[in-house]
Design a protein around this ligand. Structure first.
Ligand code: SAM
Length: 308
């Protein structure tokens, strides 16, 4: 090797060892980082959800190993880590503070779930979490309201759980109130609004006219000039159920699944075996009522908080 080549190699080695020194210094610095309860965050401060509330939240959304959990504003990572360690799910934490991201990555390693959990430095309002089957959060009422239109774009059946804060007038499907704190759970509903042609063996020609406000469904069945209200209509994620009394006065119970412009399932008359049914939407769905613009949401959130 020439003297020149030797000099160049030792310079490169020196640069490499300086880089690795810098990396281990960063690691040492990060490994001594301890978050402070109440420390500032981008849109909300950091306060960790208590352990028993975390467990309750994850129980309410029935996390399974096949789930993909996203914690929005993941802090020290405890919700994502618990989703992996206690429920076997894959989980992602989105957190704006890079020190917290490094801290939670270390926590995930210590908990032995680093292969199932990842943390990303990101602004939740600039992030794509549409692949989530479960979304968890402990933010603020107005941040929940900003997220609401995004949540409604997610796949029907996506489960959403929030510690402490509601989603304005989107009523939760389940709540818990105990010493451990308030927890609210919602299922993202499919959009069943609009006019549908309904076909089932043995049922007279019928159409359905459905309107929906969040997950609250109402509507009528139309048989020629007979308009009969739906009996106890319900939508839970993509699952739809309702009763409908036909022109002969017989009550049918429909249980089906909404997939885009089609509903399929089983229709049952009392004392009879169920038959398959299908409904096809005529034209487009109307937007789900209740989803106002962000400006209106902020104004209504402000009005609600002033009224309290
Ligand atoms: C109240 S803490 C909740 C932490 C954790 N989810 C829990 O329940 O223990 C809120 C977290 O959101 C983070 N945060 C605030 N605004 C954010 C934003 N726009 N994008 C990502 N993270 C944010 C804060 O840094 C903080 O760690």
């Amino acid at each position: 090797m020439t003297t020149l080549a030797q000099a160049s190699l030792s310079r490169r080695l020196a640069v490499l060892s300086l880089a690795s020194l810098a990396a281990s210094a960063t690691l040492a610095q990060n490994s001594s980082y301890e978050p402070q309860r109440g420390q500032a965050g981008k849109d909300v401060i950091w306060i960790p959800t208590p352990d028993e509330t975390v467990t309750r939240m994850l129980q309410m959304v029935e996390v399974k190993p096949s789930d993909r959990v996203f914690d929005l504003g993941s802090g020290d990572g405890k919700i994502a880590i618990a989703a992996a360690r206690e429920f076997g799910a894959r989980a992602t934490g989105l957190e704006y503070n890079p020190d917290m991201v490094t801290f939670s990555q270390r926590r995930a390693q210590e908990a032995g779930v680093a292969d199932k959990v990842q943390f990303r430095q990101a602004d939740i309002f600039q992030s794509d979490f549409s692949s989530a089957t479960v979304v968890t959060m402990y933010l603020l009422p107005e941040l929940n309201l900003r997220l609401r239109p995004l949540l409604f774009k997610m796949a029907p059946g996506t489960r959403v759980v929030s510690h402490s804060f509601t989603m304005g007038d989107w009523t939760p499907d389940e709540t818990a109130r105990a010493g451990v704190g308030d927890v609210y759970m919602w299922l993202v509903p499919a959009n069943a609004s609009g006019s549908w042609k309904l076909v089932a063996n043995g049922l007279a020609d019928a159409s359905l006219s459905l309107s929906q406000r969040y997950q609250v469904l109402s509507g009528d069945g139309l048989f020629g000039d007979l308009r009969a209200s739906l009996v106890r209509p319900r939508i839970a994620g993509e699952q739809l159920s309702f009763g409908l009394r036909d022109p002969k006065g017989q009550l049918w119970q429909f249980e089906g699944k909404v997939a885009g412009n089609r509903i399929t399932g089983t229709a049952t008359r009392s004392g009879q075996a169920g038959v398959p049914f299908e409904a096809r939407r005529n034209g487009d769905s109307a937007p789900i009522a209740g989803l106002a613009s962000t400006a209106e949401l902020s104004a209504s959130a402000l009005a609600a908080s002033l009224a309290r």
